[in-house]
Design a protein around this ligand. Structure first.
Ligand code: ADP
Length: 522
Protein backbone atom coordinates (compact mmCIF):
# COMPACT_ATOMS: atom_id res chain seq x y z
CA UNK A 1 0.00 0.00 0.00
CA UNK A 2 0.99 3.59 -0.41
CA UNK A 3 2.79 5.43 2.33
CA UNK A 4 0.04 7.93 3.07
CA UNK A 5 0.72 9.95 6.19
CA UNK A 6 -2.31 10.37 8.45
CA UNK A 7 -2.01 14.12 8.89
CA UNK A 8 -4.88 16.39 9.91
CA UNK A 9 -4.49 18.87 7.01
CA UNK A 10 -6.09 16.15 4.85
CA UNK A 11 -9.45 16.81 6.54
CA UNK A 12 -9.59 20.36 5.23
CA UNK A 13 -8.19 19.32 1.84
CA UNK A 14 -11.02 16.80 1.64
CA UNK A 15 -13.68 19.32 2.70
CA UNK A 16 -12.47 21.92 0.18
CA UNK A 17 -12.39 19.37 -2.66
CA UNK A 18 -15.61 17.47 -1.99
CA UNK A 19 -17.74 19.89 0.01
CA UNK A 20 -16.38 23.24 -1.22
CA UNK A 21 -19.57 25.19 -0.55
CA UNK A 22 -20.39 23.74 2.88
CA UNK A 23 -20.40 26.57 5.34
CA UNK A 24 -18.54 27.61 8.45
CA UNK A 25 -20.56 30.20 10.35
CA UNK A 26 -19.36 32.35 13.26
CA UNK A 27 -21.54 34.43 15.60
CA UNK A 28 -20.01 37.90 15.62
CA UNK A 29 -22.40 39.45 18.14
CA UNK A 30 -25.35 41.82 18.01
CA UNK A 31 -27.47 39.23 16.22
CA UNK A 32 -24.99 38.86 13.37
CA UNK A 33 -22.89 36.08 11.93
CA UNK A 34 -20.07 35.91 9.42
CA UNK A 35 -19.78 33.02 7.04
CA UNK A 36 -17.25 31.33 4.84
CA UNK A 37 -17.04 27.94 3.11
CA UNK A 38 -14.47 25.16 3.12
CA UNK A 39 -12.96 26.24 -0.19
CA UNK A 40 -12.34 29.79 1.04
CA UNK A 41 -11.34 28.60 4.49
CA UNK A 42 -8.65 26.34 3.06
CA UNK A 43 -7.32 29.11 0.82
CA UNK A 44 -7.05 31.45 3.80
CA UNK A 45 -5.48 28.71 5.99
CA UNK A 46 -2.85 28.25 3.26
CA UNK A 47 -2.10 31.97 3.40
CA UNK A 48 -1.71 31.68 7.19
CA UNK A 49 0.87 28.93 6.56
CA UNK A 50 2.76 31.15 4.12
CA UNK A 51 2.69 34.09 6.54
CA UNK A 52 4.00 31.89 9.36
CA UNK A 53 6.68 30.33 7.16
CA UNK A 54 7.81 33.84 6.16
CA UNK A 55 8.23 34.51 9.88
CA UNK A 56 10.51 31.52 10.26
CA UNK A 57 7.97 29.02 11.55
CA UNK A 58 8.63 25.46 10.50
CA UNK A 59 8.36 21.84 11.52
CA UNK A 60 8.10 21.41 15.30
CA UNK A 61 7.84 25.13 16.10
CA UNK A 62 5.07 26.19 18.45
CA UNK A 63 2.53 28.91 17.62
CA UNK A 64 0.13 29.94 20.38
CA UNK A 65 -3.51 30.97 19.97
CA UNK A 66 -5.63 32.83 22.50
CA UNK A 67 -8.94 33.00 20.73
CA UNK A 68 -12.61 32.05 20.69
CA UNK A 69 -14.36 29.60 18.37
CA UNK A 70 -14.25 31.53 15.10
CA UNK A 71 -13.47 30.65 11.49
CA UNK A 72 -10.30 32.76 11.74
CA UNK A 73 -9.16 30.58 14.64
CA UNK A 74 -9.89 27.49 12.56
CA UNK A 75 -7.90 28.92 9.63
CA UNK A 76 -5.04 29.50 12.06
CA UNK A 77 -5.22 25.91 13.32
CA UNK A 78 -4.95 24.45 9.84
CA UNK A 79 -2.37 27.05 8.81
CA UNK A 80 -0.17 26.06 11.76
CA UNK A 81 -0.72 22.30 11.67
CA UNK A 82 -0.50 21.91 7.87
CA UNK A 83 2.98 23.42 8.08
CA UNK A 84 4.07 20.85 10.65
CA UNK A 85 4.11 23.40 13.45
CA UNK A 86 2.31 22.89 16.77
CA UNK A 87 -0.78 24.86 17.74
CA UNK A 88 -0.75 25.70 21.44
CA UNK A 89 -4.31 26.69 22.39
CA UNK A 90 -4.64 28.97 25.44
CA UNK A 91 -7.78 29.40 27.52
CA UNK A 92 -8.79 33.07 27.93
CA UNK A 93 -10.67 32.28 31.12
CA UNK A 94 -7.45 31.44 32.98
CA UNK A 95 -5.42 33.93 35.02
CA UNK A 96 -2.56 35.92 33.39
CA UNK A 97 -0.04 34.17 35.67
CA UNK A 98 -1.28 30.74 34.56
CA UNK A 99 -1.22 31.71 30.88
CA UNK A 100 2.28 33.20 31.18
CA UNK A 101 3.47 29.99 32.83
CA UNK A 102 1.99 27.89 30.01
CA UNK A 103 3.59 30.09 27.35
CA UNK A 104 6.86 29.83 29.26
CA UNK A 105 6.58 26.04 29.06
CA UNK A 106 5.80 25.91 25.33
CA UNK A 107 8.22 28.65 24.25
CA UNK A 108 5.91 29.93 21.46
CA UNK A 109 7.26 33.01 19.61
CA UNK A 110 4.09 33.98 17.76
CA UNK A 111 0.69 34.54 19.34
CA UNK A 112 -2.52 34.60 17.31
CA UNK A 113 -4.97 36.63 19.39
CA UNK A 114 -8.66 37.55 19.29
CA UNK A 115 -8.68 41.36 19.19
CA UNK A 116 -11.00 41.64 22.20
CA UNK A 117 -8.48 39.77 24.35
CA UNK A 118 -5.70 42.32 23.99
CA UNK A 119 -5.81 43.61 27.54
CA UNK A 120 -5.61 40.06 28.92
CA UNK A 121 -2.73 39.32 26.53
CA UNK A 122 -0.93 42.50 27.66
CA UNK A 123 -1.06 41.29 31.24
CA UNK A 124 0.21 37.87 30.21
CA UNK A 125 3.05 39.22 28.07
CA UNK A 126 4.09 41.72 30.75
CA UNK A 127 5.11 38.72 32.84
CA UNK A 128 7.80 37.85 30.31
CA UNK A 129 7.38 35.21 27.61
CA UNK A 130 9.18 34.28 24.38
CA UNK A 131 6.44 35.91 22.25
CA UNK A 132 7.95 38.27 19.67
CA UNK A 133 4.98 38.90 17.43
CA UNK A 134 1.23 39.12 17.92
CA UNK A 135 -1.17 38.60 15.02
CA UNK A 136 -4.65 39.87 15.79
CA UNK A 137 -7.81 38.19 14.66
CA UNK A 138 -9.64 41.41 14.04
CA UNK A 139 -13.31 40.93 14.76
CA UNK A 140 -13.90 44.65 14.45
CA UNK A 141 -13.00 45.17 18.09
CA UNK A 142 -10.06 47.30 19.08
CA UNK A 143 -10.39 47.36 22.88
CA UNK A 144 -7.13 47.67 24.86
CA UNK A 145 -4.45 47.65 22.20
CA UNK A 146 -1.29 45.86 23.19
CA UNK A 147 1.27 48.43 24.20
CA UNK A 148 4.71 46.89 24.20
CA UNK A 149 7.49 48.40 22.11
CA UNK A 150 9.45 45.16 22.11
CA UNK A 151 6.61 43.36 20.32
CA UNK A 152 5.54 43.37 16.72
CA UNK A 153 1.75 43.70 16.58
CA UNK A 154 -0.22 43.34 13.38
CA UNK A 155 -3.38 41.73 12.10
CA UNK A 156 -3.74 38.30 10.60
CA UNK A 157 -5.59 39.88 7.69
CA UNK A 158 -2.61 42.09 6.83
CA UNK A 159 -0.10 39.29 7.34
CA UNK A 160 -2.01 36.96 5.02
CA UNK A 161 -2.72 39.67 2.42
CA UNK A 162 1.01 40.20 2.11
CA UNK A 163 1.77 36.45 2.07
CA UNK A 164 3.16 35.45 -1.33
CA UNK A 165 3.92 31.96 -2.59
CA UNK A 166 2.77 28.48 -1.73
CA UNK A 167 3.38 26.09 1.10
CA UNK A 168 2.74 22.39 0.74
CA UNK A 169 0.95 20.77 3.66
CA UNK A 170 1.59 17.46 5.32
CA UNK A 171 5.22 17.01 4.22
CA UNK A 172 6.20 15.21 7.40
CA UNK A 173 5.71 12.04 9.36
CA UNK A 174 2.29 11.29 10.84
CA UNK A 175 3.86 10.97 14.28
CA UNK A 176 4.78 14.68 14.20
CA UNK A 177 3.10 16.73 16.93
CA UNK A 178 0.37 19.16 15.82
CA UNK A 179 -1.25 20.46 19.00
CA UNK A 180 -0.59 21.33 22.60
CA UNK A 181 -3.31 21.74 25.20
CA UNK A 182 -3.20 21.99 28.97
CA UNK A 183 -5.76 20.07 31.07
CA UNK A 184 -8.54 22.18 32.57
CA UNK A 185 -7.13 21.87 36.06
CA UNK A 186 -10.49 21.34 37.77
CA UNK A 187 -8.81 19.33 40.49
CA UNK A 188 -5.07 19.88 40.09
CA UNK A 189 -2.39 21.94 38.35
CA UNK A 190 -2.87 22.00 34.54
CA UNK A 191 -0.57 19.62 32.65
CA UNK A 192 0.47 19.95 28.99
CA UNK A 193 -0.63 17.28 26.52
CA UNK A 194 0.96 17.15 23.05
CA UNK A 195 -1.22 15.71 20.28
CA UNK A 196 0.16 14.07 17.15
CA UNK A 197 -1.29 14.10 13.63
CA UNK A 198 -1.73 10.34 13.73
CA UNK A 199 -3.44 10.45 17.14
CA UNK A 200 -5.89 13.12 15.99
CA UNK A 201 -6.50 11.43 12.63
CA UNK A 202 -7.41 8.13 14.24
CA UNK A 203 -9.47 9.95 16.88
CA UNK A 204 -11.43 11.60 14.07
CA UNK A 205 -12.28 8.29 12.41
CA UNK A 206 -13.36 6.93 15.79
CA UNK A 207 -15.50 9.98 16.52
CA UNK A 208 -17.29 9.80 13.18
CA UNK A 209 -18.73 6.33 13.76
CA UNK A 210 -22.51 6.01 13.92
CA UNK A 211 -22.41 4.83 17.54
CA UNK A 212 -20.21 7.76 18.53
CA UNK A 213 -20.90 11.23 17.05
CA UNK A 214 -22.39 9.79 13.87
CA UNK A 215 -21.79 12.99 11.88
CA UNK A 216 -22.94 13.37 8.28
CA UNK A 217 -22.53 15.96 5.55
CA UNK A 218 -26.17 16.94 6.14
CA UNK A 219 -25.57 17.92 9.77
CA UNK A 220 -25.09 21.43 11.10
CA UNK A 221 -23.01 21.20 14.26
CA UNK A 222 -22.96 23.90 16.93
CA UNK A 223 -19.57 23.58 18.58
CA UNK A 224 -19.93 25.11 22.03
CA UNK A 225 -16.92 23.30 23.42
CA UNK A 226 -14.08 25.79 23.03
CA UNK A 227 -11.18 25.18 20.69
CA UNK A 228 -8.93 25.64 23.73
CA UNK A 229 -10.65 22.78 25.59
CA UNK A 230 -9.20 19.48 24.39
CA UNK A 231 -9.28 20.34 20.66
CA UNK A 232 -12.96 21.29 20.85
CA UNK A 233 -13.39 17.55 21.33
CA UNK A 234 -12.03 16.95 17.83
CA UNK A 235 -14.88 18.66 15.95
CA UNK A 236 -12.60 21.03 13.97
CA UNK A 237 -11.29 17.83 12.35
CA UNK A 238 -14.36 15.60 12.19
CA UNK A 239 -16.85 18.16 10.84
CA UNK A 240 -14.72 19.08 7.78
CA UNK A 241 -13.93 15.37 7.37
CA UNK A 242 -17.60 14.77 6.47
CA UNK A 243 -18.25 18.23 5.00
CA UNK A 244 -20.86 19.16 7.60
CA UNK A 245 -21.82 22.73 8.39
CA UNK A 246 -19.74 24.03 11.29
CA UNK A 247 -21.46 26.61 13.49
CA UNK A 248 -19.19 28.52 15.88
CA UNK A 249 -20.40 30.77 18.71
CA UNK A 250 -17.44 33.18 18.75
CA UNK A 251 -17.12 34.49 22.30
CA UNK A 252 -20.87 34.15 22.99
CA UNK A 253 -22.30 31.45 25.23
CA UNK A 254 -25.61 33.02 26.30
CA UNK A 255 -28.91 31.25 25.72
CA UNK A 256 -30.25 33.90 23.32
CA UNK A 257 -27.25 33.67 20.96
CA UNK A 258 -27.36 29.88 21.02
CA UNK A 259 -31.06 29.83 20.22
CA UNK A 260 -30.56 32.32 17.38
CA UNK A 261 -27.73 30.30 15.85
CA UNK A 262 -29.68 27.05 16.12
CA UNK A 263 -32.72 28.55 14.37
CA UNK A 264 -30.85 30.53 11.70
CA UNK A 265 -28.39 27.79 10.80
CA UNK A 266 -30.82 24.89 11.25
CA UNK A 267 -28.46 23.24 13.71
CA UNK A 268 -29.03 19.50 14.11
CA UNK A 269 -26.41 18.71 16.78
CA UNK A 270 -25.06 20.78 19.68
CA UNK A 271 -21.87 19.81 21.52
CA UNK A 272 -20.61 21.11 24.88
CA UNK A 273 -20.27 20.59 28.64
CA UNK A 274 -23.59 20.21 30.48
CA UNK A 275 -23.61 23.71 32.06
CA UNK A 276 -23.62 25.38 28.60
CA UNK A 277 -27.12 24.05 27.93
CA UNK A 278 -28.61 25.40 31.17
CA UNK A 279 -28.63 28.93 29.76
CA UNK A 280 -30.28 27.71 26.56
CA UNK A 281 -33.04 25.88 28.45
CA UNK A 282 -33.68 28.93 30.68
CA UNK A 283 -33.91 31.11 27.55
CA UNK A 284 -36.41 28.75 25.90
CA UNK A 285 -38.52 28.59 29.08
CA UNK A 286 -38.63 32.39 29.24
CA UNK A 287 -39.36 33.09 25.58
CA UNK A 288 -41.46 30.07 24.68
CA UNK A 289 -39.25 29.54 21.62
CA UNK A 290 -38.82 26.12 20.08
CA UNK A 291 -35.84 24.56 18.27
CA UNK A 292 -37.34 22.11 15.76
CA UNK A 293 -34.10 21.43 13.85
CA UNK A 294 -32.10 20.43 16.94
CA UNK A 295 -32.20 16.65 17.24
CA UNK A 296 -29.35 15.92 19.61
CA UNK A 297 -27.04 17.45 22.21
CA UNK A 298 -23.77 15.70 22.94
CA UNK A 299 -22.41 16.33 26.44
CA UNK A 300 -19.22 15.34 28.20
CA UNK A 301 -16.48 16.67 30.44
CA UNK A 302 -18.58 16.35 33.60
CA UNK A 303 -21.45 14.30 34.96
CA UNK A 304 -24.80 15.07 33.32
CA UNK A 305 -27.41 16.28 35.78
CA UNK A 306 -30.60 14.20 35.61
CA UNK A 307 -32.84 17.27 35.94
CA UNK A 308 -31.10 19.06 33.04
CA UNK A 309 -31.28 15.92 30.90
CA UNK A 310 -34.99 15.69 31.59
CA UNK A 311 -35.49 19.37 30.69
CA UNK A 312 -33.71 18.91 27.37
CA UNK A 313 -35.32 15.60 26.41
CA UNK A 314 -38.81 16.88 27.24
CA UNK A 315 -38.33 19.14 24.21
CA UNK A 316 -37.72 16.15 21.97
CA UNK A 317 -33.96 16.76 21.88
CA UNK A 318 -31.90 13.65 22.48
CA UNK A 319 -29.09 13.93 25.06
CA UNK A 320 -26.03 11.86 24.22
CA UNK A 321 -23.63 11.37 27.14
CA UNK A 322 -19.90 10.83 26.63
CA UNK A 323 -16.81 10.53 28.79
CA UNK A 324 -13.41 11.88 27.89
CA UNK A 325 -10.43 13.86 29.00
CA UNK A 326 -7.72 16.12 27.56
CA UNK A 327 -5.19 13.30 27.87
CA UNK A 328 -7.13 11.00 25.53
CA UNK A 329 -7.72 13.49 22.68
CA UNK A 330 -10.41 13.63 24.33
CA UNK A 331 -13.13 11.10 23.47
CA UNK A 332 -13.16 7.94 25.58
CA UNK A 333 -16.67 6.51 25.46
CA UNK A 334 -20.04 7.52 24.03
CA UNK A 335 -23.59 6.32 24.51
CA UNK A 336 -24.83 5.31 21.04
CA UNK A 337 -27.33 7.96 19.81
CA UNK A 338 -29.83 5.18 19.05
CA UNK A 339 -29.56 3.52 22.49
CA UNK A 340 -32.83 2.96 24.34
CA UNK A 341 -33.58 4.24 27.85
CA UNK A 342 -30.38 4.93 29.76
CA UNK A 343 -29.49 6.81 32.95
CA UNK A 344 -27.70 10.18 32.63
CA UNK A 345 -24.73 8.80 34.58
CA UNK A 346 -23.96 6.13 31.94
CA UNK A 347 -21.35 7.23 29.39
CA UNK A 348 -21.49 4.44 26.82
CA UNK A 349 -18.81 2.22 25.29
CA UNK A 350 -15.35 2.83 23.88
CA UNK A 351 -15.10 2.72 20.08
CA UNK A 352 -12.34 0.81 18.29
CA UNK A 353 -8.93 2.29 19.11
CA UNK A 354 -9.42 2.89 22.80
CA UNK A 355 -9.40 0.21 25.45
CA UNK A 356 -10.43 0.39 29.11
CA UNK A 357 -9.31 -1.48 32.21
CA UNK A 358 -10.43 -1.31 35.82
CA UNK A 359 -7.74 -1.60 38.48
CA UNK A 360 -7.38 -1.42 42.24
CA UNK A 361 -5.73 1.56 43.96
CA UNK A 362 -2.26 0.10 43.30
CA UNK A 363 -2.93 -0.24 39.56
CA UNK A 364 -3.39 -4.03 39.48
CA UNK A 365 -6.18 -5.11 37.12
CA UNK A 366 -9.34 -6.21 38.94
CA UNK A 367 -10.16 -9.88 38.48
CA UNK A 368 -13.70 -8.84 37.83
CA UNK A 369 -13.94 -6.28 35.01
CA UNK A 370 -17.76 -6.19 34.95
CA UNK A 371 -20.02 -4.89 37.68
CA UNK A 372 -17.23 -3.92 40.11
CA UNK A 373 -15.99 -0.39 40.79
CA UNK A 374 -12.36 0.38 40.09
CA UNK A 375 -9.78 2.93 38.98
CA UNK A 376 -10.12 3.51 35.25
CA UNK A 377 -7.05 3.01 33.04
CA UNK A 378 -6.99 3.47 29.25
CA UNK A 379 -4.71 2.79 26.29
CA UNK A 380 -4.70 3.57 22.59
CA UNK A 381 -3.04 5.59 19.82
CA UNK A 382 -4.76 8.83 20.96
CA UNK A 383 -3.83 8.48 24.65
CA UNK A 384 -1.04 10.55 26.23
CA UNK A 385 2.31 8.85 26.82
CA UNK A 386 4.13 11.65 28.65
CA UNK A 387 3.16 15.16 29.70
CA UNK A 388 4.93 18.17 28.18
CA UNK A 389 8.45 18.50 29.51
CA UNK A 390 8.50 15.06 31.13
CA UNK A 391 11.14 12.53 30.17
CA UNK A 392 9.38 9.60 31.82
CA UNK A 393 6.15 8.14 30.44
CA UNK A 394 3.05 8.51 32.60
CA UNK A 395 1.87 5.12 31.41
CA UNK A 396 2.47 1.77 33.10
CA UNK A 397 2.71 -1.26 30.79
CA UNK A 398 1.10 0.94 28.13
CA UNK A 399 -1.87 1.93 30.31
CA UNK A 400 -2.69 5.46 31.51
CA UNK A 401 -4.38 6.07 34.88
CA UNK A 402 -7.27 8.49 34.27
CA UNK A 403 -7.76 9.32 37.96
CA UNK A 404 -11.44 8.51 37.50
CA UNK A 405 -13.40 5.80 39.29
CA UNK A 406 -15.78 3.76 37.19
CA UNK A 407 -17.95 0.73 36.78
CA UNK A 408 -18.57 -1.20 33.55
CA UNK A 409 -21.77 -3.23 33.24
CA UNK A 410 -22.25 -6.60 31.57
CA UNK A 411 -23.01 -4.96 28.21
CA UNK A 412 -19.82 -2.92 28.32
CA UNK A 413 -21.40 0.42 29.28
CA UNK A 414 -19.14 2.66 31.37
CA UNK A 415 -20.37 4.77 34.27
CA UNK A 416 -18.00 7.23 35.89
CA UNK A 417 -18.66 6.87 39.61
CA UNK A 418 -16.29 9.57 40.88
CA UNK A 419 -12.85 11.03 40.74
CA UNK A 420 -10.11 9.60 42.94
CA UNK A 421 -8.92 13.16 43.67
CA UNK A 422 -12.42 14.27 44.76
CA UNK A 423 -13.02 11.54 47.33
CA UNK A 424 -13.63 12.67 50.91
CA UNK A 425 -11.98 10.74 53.76
CA UNK A 426 -14.21 10.77 56.82
CA UNK A 427 -13.16 8.78 59.88
CA UNK A 428 -10.79 6.75 57.71
CA UNK A 429 -13.55 5.75 55.25
CA UNK A 430 -14.18 7.11 51.78
CA UNK A 431 -17.23 9.15 50.77
CA UNK A 432 -17.82 9.60 47.04
CA UNK A 433 -19.12 13.13 46.25
CA UNK A 434 -20.22 12.10 42.73
CA UNK A 435 -22.79 9.65 44.09
CA UNK A 436 -24.33 12.28 46.37
CA UNK A 437 -24.26 14.88 43.57
CA UNK A 438 -26.09 12.52 41.20
CA UNK A 439 -28.92 11.93 43.70
CA UNK A 440 -29.31 15.57 44.75
CA UNK A 441 -28.93 16.67 41.12
CA UNK A 442 -31.92 14.52 40.16
CA UNK A 443 -34.25 16.70 42.23
CA UNK A 444 -36.28 18.95 39.93
CA UNK A 445 -35.63 22.01 42.14
CA UNK A 446 -31.87 21.67 41.77
CA UNK A 447 -29.98 23.42 39.01
CA UNK A 448 -26.45 22.39 40.06
CA UNK A 449 -25.03 20.49 43.03
CA UNK A 450 -21.52 19.92 44.33
CA UNK A 451 -20.17 18.12 47.38
CA UNK A 452 -16.77 18.89 48.87
CA UNK A 453 -14.91 17.83 52.00
CA UNK A 454 -14.58 20.30 54.86
CA UNK A 455 -11.85 19.92 57.49
CA UNK A 456 -13.16 18.36 60.66
CA UNK A 457 -11.37 18.02 64.01
CA UNK A 458 -12.72 14.55 64.79
CA UNK A 459 -13.40 12.91 61.41
CA UNK A 460 -10.65 14.51 59.31
CA UNK A 461 -13.15 15.65 56.67
CA UNK A 462 -16.93 15.86 56.46
CA UNK A 463 -19.03 16.45 53.33
CA UNK A 464 -20.71 19.80 52.67
CA UNK A 465 -23.36 20.21 49.98
CA UNK A 466 -23.37 23.33 47.81
CA UNK A 467 -26.44 23.88 45.67
CA UNK A 468 -27.76 26.34 43.14
CA UNK A 469 -31.54 25.96 42.98
CA UNK A 470 -33.69 26.64 39.96
CA UNK A 471 -35.46 29.99 39.84
CA UNK A 472 -38.49 30.01 42.15
CA UNK A 473 -37.61 26.71 43.90
CA UNK A 474 -38.27 26.67 47.64
CA UNK A 475 -37.11 23.31 48.92
CA UNK A 476 -35.61 23.32 52.46
CA UNK A 477 -32.22 21.91 53.45
CA UNK A 478 -33.59 18.89 55.30
CA UNK A 479 -35.95 17.96 52.46
CA UNK A 480 -33.03 18.15 50.05
CA UNK A 481 -30.83 15.92 52.19
CA UNK A 482 -33.72 13.51 52.78
CA UNK A 483 -33.54 12.56 49.09
CA UNK A 484 -30.38 10.65 50.04
CA UNK A 485 -32.32 8.47 52.52
CA UNK A 486 -31.85 4.79 51.78
CA UNK A 487 -29.61 5.53 48.77
CA UNK A 488 -26.30 6.19 50.52
CA UNK A 489 -24.99 5.31 54.00
CA UNK A 490 -26.23 7.63 56.77
CA UNK A 491 -22.76 8.89 57.54
CA UNK A 492 -22.44 10.10 53.92
CA UNK A 493 -25.21 12.67 54.55
CA UNK A 494 -23.57 16.12 54.28
CA UNK A 495 -23.27 18.02 57.57
CA UNK A 496 -24.49 21.26 56.05
CA UNK A 497 -26.03 22.78 52.96
CA UNK A 498 -24.84 26.04 51.44
CA UNK A 499 -27.00 27.76 48.86
CA UNK A 500 -25.18 29.65 46.13
CA UNK A 501 -26.84 32.14 43.79
CA UNK A 502 -24.34 31.10 41.11
CA UNK A 503 -22.25 27.97 41.15
CA UNK A 504 -18.64 28.99 40.38
CA UNK A 505 -17.50 27.52 37.07
CA UNK A 506 -13.91 26.77 36.10
CA UNK A 507 -12.31 27.90 32.86
CA UNK A 508 -13.89 25.17 30.75
CA UNK A 509 -17.41 25.60 32.16
CA UNK A 510 -17.26 22.82 34.75
CA UNK A 511 -18.03 23.30 38.44
CA UNK A 512 -14.88 24.78 39.99
CA UNK A 513 -14.14 22.40 42.83
CA UNK A 514 -10.74 23.93 43.56
CA UNK A 515 -12.43 27.25 44.29
CA UNK A 516 -15.25 25.66 46.26
CA UNK A 517 -12.69 23.88 48.43
CA UNK A 518 -10.64 27.00 49.04
CA UNK A 519 -13.75 29.04 49.96
CA UNK A 520 -15.84 26.51 51.83
CA UNK A 521 -13.48 23.67 52.69
CA UNK A 522 -12.17 25.06 56.00
P1 ADP B 1 -9.70 18.29 34.13
O1 ADP B 1 -9.30 16.88 34.50
O2 ADP B 1 -8.73 19.28 34.62
O3 ADP B 1 -11.14 18.62 34.43
P2 ADP B 1 -10.47 17.69 31.44
O4 ADP B 1 -11.26 18.79 30.89
O5 ADP B 1 -9.59 16.92 30.55
O6 ADP B 1 -9.57 18.30 32.57
O7 ADP B 1 -11.51 16.73 32.16
C1 ADP B 1 -11.46 15.33 32.21
C2 ADP B 1 -12.25 14.84 33.39
O8 ADP B 1 -13.63 15.25 33.32
C3 ADP B 1 -12.33 13.34 33.49
O9 ADP B 1 -11.14 12.80 34.03
C4 ADP B 1 -13.55 13.16 34.37
O10 ADP B 1 -13.21 13.28 35.75
C5 ADP B 1 -14.45 14.30 33.99
N1 ADP B 1 -15.50 13.79 33.10
C6 ADP B 1 -15.51 13.76 31.75
N2 ADP B 1 -16.63 13.19 31.27
C7 ADP B 1 -17.37 12.81 32.34
C8 ADP B 1 -18.63 12.14 32.52
N3 ADP B 1 -19.37 11.74 31.49
N4 ADP B 1 -19.05 11.91 33.78
C9 ADP B 1 -18.32 12.30 34.83
N5 ADP B 1 -17.13 12.92 34.73
C10 ADP B 1 -16.65 13.18 33.51
Amino acid sequence: MQPYSLTVDKFLDHAAKWHPRSQVVTATGAGESSRTDYLALRAQAKRVSVALAERGTGLGDIVATLAWNTHEHLESWYGIMGLGAICHTLNPRLLPTQLAAMLGRSGARILILSADLQSLASEVLARGTAIEEVLLIDEGLSAGRIADDALKVGTLVDATREAAGEVEWGRFDEDAPCGLCFTSGTTGAPKGVTYTHRGNYLHTLRQLQADVAGLTGEDAILTMVPMFHANAWGLPFSVPAVGGKLVLPGRHADGATLARLIVEEQVTLGVGVPTVWLGLMDHLDQTGEDLPSLRRIMVGGAAMSPSLMERIERRGIRVQTTWGMTEISPLGTAMPPAAGARPPSASGRPAIGIDLMLADASGTALDQQRGAEGHLWVRGPSVVERYLGQAEPVTRDGWFDTGDLARIDESGILTITGRAKDLIKSGGEWINPAEIEAIIGAHPDVSQAAVIGREHAKWGERPVLLVELRDGAEIGDEALLDTLEGKVANWWRPDSVLRLANMPLAATGKIDKLRLRSEYGR
